[in-house]
Design a protein around this ligand. Structure first.
Ligand SMILES: Cc1cc2nc3c(=O)[nH]c(=O)nc-3n(C[C@H](O)[C@H](O)[C@H](O)COP(=O)(O)OP(=O)(O)OC[C@H]3O[C@@H](n4cnc5c(N)ncnc54)[C@H](O)[C@@H]3O)c2cc1C
Length: 399
């Protein structure tokens, strides 16, 4: 197994690193403090990056993306992940990135023209609405939202929450039951709902540890109150909702893991800078303390191990497909989320009180990424998948 990249791609990554220094980091503080106020400047920077060919890295060049392969996008994602606004400025934040992939792979020509192309150009925003407040999101086959067919239309009724970026989104991809009598994994479909359709009701931005965010950096509760959309807004066949969700989530987990590794690298960098500069008496700094050195060594080893595990999983997806790599995908999902939590926490600890202020990005990372162990499948569900696989031969030999 080797992960070599072309010199052209390495040169491109160097340019991306340079853009992080010259464009992204200078805007970061303002965006973390008040995303709404910072938005005009952010949009200007985003447009400039787009005009230089730096946006939608995972989309083909023909429709305005950068045309990167899966593994290349994973590498770039680690660089972008170093800043809370990296993916946003390069137009590949969740859930837009996954929605673009879904529409590109499964959308009709009409859906691509109306929804995908402007999304890739960064002219509109999207969200993905599956989880419901009254149902366990860990097992979404149980769902109350229905799409009832009336002639050439679906009438959608239900309530969703944690619809990331639902605030001010132009359209949602909604998971709704289209056939309650079908087997559990054939009951639901994915349907595009424009946010200006009558009955689309944005209820609230749900505060995350006290921060309700704005636009892209928020999570919404949305009511679908008898929303009518044409049947042609369905993605794929009726009953294919879960199949499409799996197609979307496998690669999505790699993207998340690589973004988290970017956060880890930035946090370790901040930890080390603080450790060498903070004097704790007798000319000694935090970096001279053995326990702090342990934090650094543990973080370095965990990040490097996690990266190799993610690369090897991405390599297996490339060669054998997402289904063959499903156990590895579950492993990296909980493993890297755990590394993320530990590394960010150590960095905060080493900063002392400063670590929980808004003067560094660490508190933003902590607040917004605690969810990493919950979204896209909680730790426990992924560990169960891995353990089931490990136990298989033992249970078989038991007879
Ligand atoms: C930051 C964030 C962003 C999100 N974005 C979106 C989005 O854009 N669109 C969307 O549709 N949803 C989104 N979600 C929702 C997310 O997918 C769900 O929160 C997740 O699937 C878990 O569902 P739940 O919250 O209902 O927890 P539940 O299903 O109620 O589970 C609660 C807890 O029970 C435990 N548990 C669950 N199942 C098992 C099991 N089988 N064995 C042992 N323990 C178990 C786990 O500890 C789990 O955390 C987001 C969530 C977060 C936190």
């Amino acid at each position: 197994m080797s992960f070599s990249f072309t010199p052209e791609f390495e040169a491109l990554l160097e340019q991306v690193r340079e853009k992080m220094e010259s464009v992204v980091y200078p805007l970061e503080d303002a965006a973390r403090r008040n995303f709404e106020e910072a938005l005009p400047e952010l949009m200007k920077a985003r447009d400039a990056l787009r005009s230089e060919g730096f946006t939608a890295p995972h989309m083909p060049k023909e429709i305005g993306g950068m045309g990167l392969s899966f593994l290349e996008h994973a590498r770039m994602s680690e660089i972008l992940g170093r800043s809370p606004i990296g993916h946003f400025l390069f137009n590949c934040p969740a859930p837009d990135a996954g929605n673009m992939e879904l529409l590109h792979q499964f959308g009709t020509e009409e859906q691509k023209k109306r929804f995908l192309e402007p999304l890739v150009r960064g002219e509109i925003r999207s969200c993905f609405s599956m989880t419901e407040p009254e149902r366990a999101g860990s097992n979404p086959v149980h769902m109350d939202t229905v799409a009832v067919r009336e002639g050439d239309e679906y009438v959608i009724t239900g309530r969703k929450w944690f619809t990331t970026a639902g605030h001010l989104a132009d359209f949602a991809i909604v998971m709704a039951v289209t056939d309650p009598e079908a087997p559990p994994h054939r009951r639901a479909s994915q349907i595009i709902v424009p946010a200006d359709a009558p009955g689309f009701k944005h209820i609230r931005r749900i505060p995350i540890m006290g921060d309700e965010g704005y636009g892209w950096s928020s999570h919404s509760e949305i009511e679908y109150d008898h929303v009518r959309v044409p049947v042609t807004n369905r993605i794929g066949e009726e009953g294919e909702g879960f199949k499409l969700a799996q197609e979307r989530l496998g690669p999505g987990r790699i993207h998340h893991c690589m973004r988290w590794l970017g956060i880890c690298e930035r946090s370790l960098d901040l930890l080390c800078k603080r450790a060498v500069s903070r004097e704790v008496g007798d000319g000694q700094t935090l970096a001279d303390q053995q326990v702090i050195r342990h934090y650094i060594a543990e973080s370095r080893a965990e990040i490097d191990a996690a990266r190799l595990y993610v690369y090897s999983t991405a390599d297996k997806i490339d060669k054998q497909g997402a289904y063959a790599a499903r156990v590895e995908i579950s492993s990296i999902k909980f493993f890297v989320a755990g590394v993320l939590e530990r590394v960010v926490d150590r960095a905060i600890q080493v900063h002392g009180a400063l670590g929980i202020t808004e003067d560094t990005p660490l508190s933003w990372f902590y607040r917004h990424e605690r969810g990493a162990r919950i979204y896209d499948g909680p730790d426990e569900v992924h560990k169960n998948t891995v353990a089931r696989h490990v136990l298989k031969p033992y249970l078989a030999s038991k007879g």
